[in-house]
Design a protein around this ligand. Structure first.
Ligand code: SF4
Ligand code: SF4
Length: 198
């Protein structure tokens, strides 16, 4: 499942890159305003690649401590103000961030009458209004060329409907992804240790 989700993310990253080359949309240097909010929601399937990474790097226990802390604050468990201050950006595992993290600022939704509408942030609206206008125009004139939230959400839904349909606070979505893979990894390590004792 992890590789199927990663394939969707690769396609999305290329899609966003191709539209931003046209529009000039980009995040302000070291901005992390969207990561600092306490209201981010995501579906567990978005964090299956993160969960795979954590198991494979034996980092699950350490991450669960971060998750417990974030349950109290509401912040994303991967957001690190320290990393941000050191000029490394704020996300501790940027390659394994979720769908919402990739699309926010750059994605489009369909409005009530089916028109494609850009969903972007205050920062970009204030700092690069010309690019935002261009991105809005591109969505209206060539809706088939822009990344639309529901299209990518549907791709994830086709991989695992149960994990894709739920919208949870981001920390809870990450926790559920970790729990989903628990038996895959514990049974794998049991098999390995059984093999080692033969
Ligand atoms: S999407 Fe907007 S708020 Fe988020 S990092 Fe980029 S510029 Fe900042
Ligand atoms: S996973 Fe990373 S990019 Fe996404 S909200 Fe958390 S810190 Fe930000």
């Amino acid at each position: 499942m992890g590789s199927a989700v990663e394939a969707v993310f690769r396609e999305l990253d290329e899609h966003i890159a191709s539209t931003t080359r046209i529009t000039g949309m980009k995040c302000s240097n070291l901005c992390n305003a969207c990561c600092r909010t306490t209201t981010i929601e995501a579906s567990p399937i978005e964090f299956i690649p993160l969960a795979v990474w954590l198991y494979e790097n034996k980092m699950v226990d350490e991450f669960l401590i971060r998750l417990d802390k974030s349950d109290q604050t509401g912040h994303c468990p991967l957001f690190s103000p320290e990393a941000w201050k050191e000029g490394k950006g704020g996300c501790l595992n940027y390659p394994n961030r979720g769908l919402v993290c990739r699309l926010f600022g750059f994605g489009y939704r369909l409005d009530r009458i089916g028109l494609t509408e850009l969903v972007t942030c205050k920062e970009m609206k204030e700092k690069i209004p010309a690019a935002v206008n261009k991105a809005n125009l591109l969505g209206r004139e060539k809706p088939d060329t822009v990344p639309i939230f529901t299209n990518y959400a549907m791709q994830l839904y086709s991989i695992d409907p149960d994990l894709a349909i739920q919208h949870l606070p981001i920390g809870k979505a990450m926790r559920m992804a970790i729990e989903k893979l628990y038996f895959n990894y514990t049974s794998k390590s049991n098999t390995l240790s059984e093999q080692n004792t033969l």
